[in-house]
Design a binder for this molecule. Sequence first.
Ligand code: C2E
Ligand code: CA
Ligand code: CA
Length: 611
Amino acid sequence: MQDTDTFVIFHKALMELSHSPAFIDKKRPQKLADLTALCAKLLNVDRVSVWQFPEERDRIVSEWLHTADGVTGETSSLYQSDNPDYFEALETERVLTVEDAQNDQRTRAFTPGYLATLGILSMLDAPVFDGARLSGVVCLESTTRREWSLPEISFVIAIADTISLINTHEAWLCSKQALEYVTRYDSLTGLSNIDSLRDRISHLASKIERRGFGSLALIWIDVDRLKSINDGLGPQVGDNVIAEVGRRLKQTTMPGKDLLARIGGDEYALIVRDHTMRDSLELTASKIRQEISKPIRLSGHSISVGASLGICHLPGDCETTEELLRGAEAAMYNAKHRGRNRACFYDSSIQVTARSRFALENELRAAIKNHTLDVFYQPIMNATGLKIESLEALVRWQHPERGWLSPIEFLGIARSGGLMYSLGECVLRRVCEHWKMAHDQDVTLPEISVNLAAEQVLVPELPGLIRETCGVYEVPLSALHFEVTEDAIQGDLGTLTDILEELVADGASLAIDDFGTGYSSLSRLKSLPFSRIKIDRSFISNLPDDEDDCAITLSIIGLARGLGLSVVAEGVETEAHEQWLRNQGCDYLQGYRYSRPLPFEKLIEQYFSAL
Ligand code: C2E
Ligand code: CA
Ligand code: CA
């Protein structure tokens, strides 16, 4: 046979193999098996092996060995230090044609333990590359002495090139996967990201449209209070909470569970397919909330978080991917507005609320500007529950169409609209006005507690503003008390201390509000000039039956005593609450049991007109 014929036969065979779909779909070891088998068959050699340099490049390691009897043997290594000539030849000559392997300078170091043992007489090596770098070698070993022909050499080089291509393709696939990972997944939780979520929804939505049946629901999950964890315990702890919530959601089995994604800081979304009846989704939602609310133990802390969920259907509630996302998000916000830690279904009026938010913000801005916000007062009683000790000022807004709005309904808007500071200013002015009105009627009101928002307590001008406002209405600062929530004191300690100490120096006193819901550290509490702690009403409502709440309340009362602070319990509604709290030594009581927040006139009429 002519050399050229042989060339053609060899290369055709290789082309056929390497281009066949079956081969392309095979995994790397099978590809190597096919290639080495083809080589052994066409060239009639006993052993064909593929070797690779490991990272250190101090040896080559066999990756695949084809032998006549099909035994692949164990991986073996050849060290450069034992065979320097061979390694040098590989690097410099690249293709080694060795007719007398046992005596050739390049390969004779293998003779005693290897070539002689196996009866190998001739060798042919061709280089495998990874890019420009030599990454391995295809090695033919023959037990008959041969002179390697040009077609044979060229064929082995082609085999080695094919392996190089496979390597490059694999590297490309790996980097593509890595890239895909970055663009499709969230690195903190390993969950899909919002882009993947969008794609998946679009895919499922078009399937539903094509088939004319099927449904999906999107559950938007927002972890409550994550901000206060970040602020109080540090972002690392916050990250761990996010990762743990992700893990739990991933592990939980739920009917119709499809793709789960992390779509923002503390937000996740779950696609539910087909199992989208309201009952089924309600069960799924409560399972999710249950999983999330189990305590998370992290570096010495036991953290409890809740979640607000919004659920939207496709095609029931909307038609497009974006509408589904927006609908589920709006429903989630609705759940938050209704007091968090619950699930809400989308209904079209939510969108109206979302749209009217903007209008409401403008109306609120105007109300603040025109000083038309009002303040109601709720008495705070002494431990007997019979005598008013002080009053808490609570903002109210009489909306022209909606009537009296409670702060829950508009503080969120004020906050997102950047109106908290001026809202606080407006409330203080109103309180001073009321105090002066009472004073002018010869009524001396007890101390009035005014709530200060986080947006106020970090502004260095605050004490000056308070002095000025009080000055206008001739209110002594000792007539006022300020309540700062636990969340609000997580900011820069230096600034906070300066501002709060200035207020105290001016004669006001300070309470820490909603205590027990945030994560303030004891040292922070000790270093700030508070004289009072208010126990959040969520701990009071289940007293004395809930053991955990009893324990928390007791520990807060104990802590207050240890720090020399007085304690107020909020949300006292029943006689049982009152008795239990009094027995534990709680100093002051506030709640509907004594009075709801009252308009100023009503307050005077009901409690102070006899004076
Ligand atoms: P807060 O400071 O914890 O105020 C106590 C809230 O608990 C008031 O709600 C009060 O009406 C309610 N409450 C009192 N006793 C009971 C009870 O026995 N049972 C129940 N279920 N609730 C009771 P309100 O007036 O709706 O205020 C809600 C929150 O809005 C306040 O919580 C406070 O954080 C904020 N807020 C109110 N007024 C102002 C203000 O002028 N400035 C700022 N920054 N925040 C304010
Ligand atoms: Ca308060
Ligand atoms: Ca409170």
